[in-house]
Design a protein around this ligand. Structure first.
Ligand SMILES: *Cc1c(COP(=O)(O)O)cnc(C)c1O
Length: 362
């Protein structure tokens, strides 16, 4: 028997059917494909960090509760004192923990909108849960509230994920509609605030208003994508249960110490987020002036655009030829036809991105 045959009989069919999450090779390119913060740290901060790292005992297991880090997070991120906090190795791991924890009496469904963050559907499949994706409105990617309320009623989802602002569309859904969904949901609603640093809106201070609401955040988009640190905030009764499926040492000691350090220097990250927001404004303005493209509003650190019919892939390729890596979304979902997503980089990177894009349009 060959390995391939054994794989066929012993790997779950749902897993065999999945394509692994694709990550583009960015070697030598300006990387504007993955919503990373483009800025580094001041030299003095790097030196201070290196000294801290030198003192770490990697022969010891990390603090399984990461208490110092949680305390810094509570302070730096204004987490309400009466709410519980759960840490994940990136918010991806938190999504997985949530999906491993929930279960309903008549089968367990996870619901989100489409297009949105692809990991909701993917992890649901890993975990053997049913996934329902309710399309957003085609014209502006706003919520289709009647369709959502009908789907909630029909499927009784254990978990609803709403990315707010949404990825890859960049918009915030209307707050009153999100609230209607929280009220209509029989189970948990998770507001994914991965792009929190780039908007003034948040549900963090409304957690106490609903007994089925959790807010999920990450340090990735703020500037620590390499660390892999996400956090979930909500009523301690929920957090206590979900914490049971967490691997005891899921946040390694280097991440713990580095995140604590970064949070003590949060002013620097706030400053960088402010610069990214200002750059987003400039990009928005300049993109709007380009002929033949539609620019969608954004409260995140990226901008979604729609180019002329059938041109997205060739523009993506031509921009890559010119050294700029963006994300081509055409083909990933029917509503994203002819769409490209541009992450906001430094002022210089953004100008090169614009120049490369402009060269494709004439
Ligand atoms: C990037 C992103 C995440 C992933 O965050 P990690 O903490 O890096 O795993 C989660 N949700 C949304 C909507 C994202 O765009």
């Amino acid at each position: 028997m060959s390995a391939k045959n054994r794989v066929k009989s012993w790997i779950r069919p749902q897993i065999q059917a999945i394509k692994a999450y694709p990550v583009a090779d960015a070697t030598g390119l300006i990387k504007l494909d993955a919503m990373e913060n483009p800025y580094g740290w001041p030299e003095a901060m790097q030196a201070e960090w290196a000294t801290l790292l030198r003192g770490i005992q990697v022969n010891r297991y990390p603090d399984p509760q990461a208490r110092t880090l949680v305390a810094e997070l509570r302070k730096g991120m204004d987490i309400p004192a009466d709410m519980g906090v759960l840490l994940g190795n990136g918010s991806d791991e938190i999504i997985q923990m949530l999906m491993l924890s929930v279960g309903g009496t008549q089968g367990t469904a996870v619901l989100s909108v489409e297009p949105s963050f692809v990991m909701y559907a993917m992890i649901a499949r890993f975990c053997g849960l049913g996934y329902i994706g309710v399309p957003l409105k085609a014209d502006d990617f706003s919520l289709d509230l009647p369709a959502l309320l009908a789907a909630i009623k029909q499927h009784q989802p254990a978990l609803i994920f709403l990315a707010w602002p949404n990825n890859p569309t960049g918009n915030l859904f209307a707050e009153d509609q999100v609230i209607q969904i929280i009220r209509a949901a029989p189970g948990l609603v998770v507001i994914d605030e991965a792009y929190g640093p780039f908007t003034d809106s948040s549900f963090l201070n409304r957690l106490g208003d609903f007994d089925n609401l959790l807010v999920m955040r990450t340090l990735s988009k703020m500037g620590l994508a390499g660390l892999r640190l996400g956090y979930l905030v909500g009523h301690p009764a929920w957090i206590e249960q979900i914490d049971k499926v967490r691997m005891p040492y899921n946040i390694n000691v280097l991440s713990q110490v580095t995140a604590e350090f970064a949070l003590r220097h949060k002013a620097i990250f706030d400053q960088q987020a402010a610069e990214i927001r200002a750059e987003r404004g400039h990009m928005m303005e300049q993109l709007t002036r380009l002929p033949g493209i539609r620019v969608f509003p954004s409260e995140a650190n990226f901008i979604l655009i729609r180019v002329a019919e059938g041109q997205a892939q060739s523009i993506f390729n031509a921009m890559k030829e010119q050294g700029v890596l963006i994300k081509c979304l055409d083909g990933s979902h029917a509503l994203l036809k002819d769409c490209l997503r541009l992450t906001i980089g430094t002022a210089e990177e953004n100008q090169l991105c614009l120049k490369a894009l402009e060269a494709c349009l004439v």
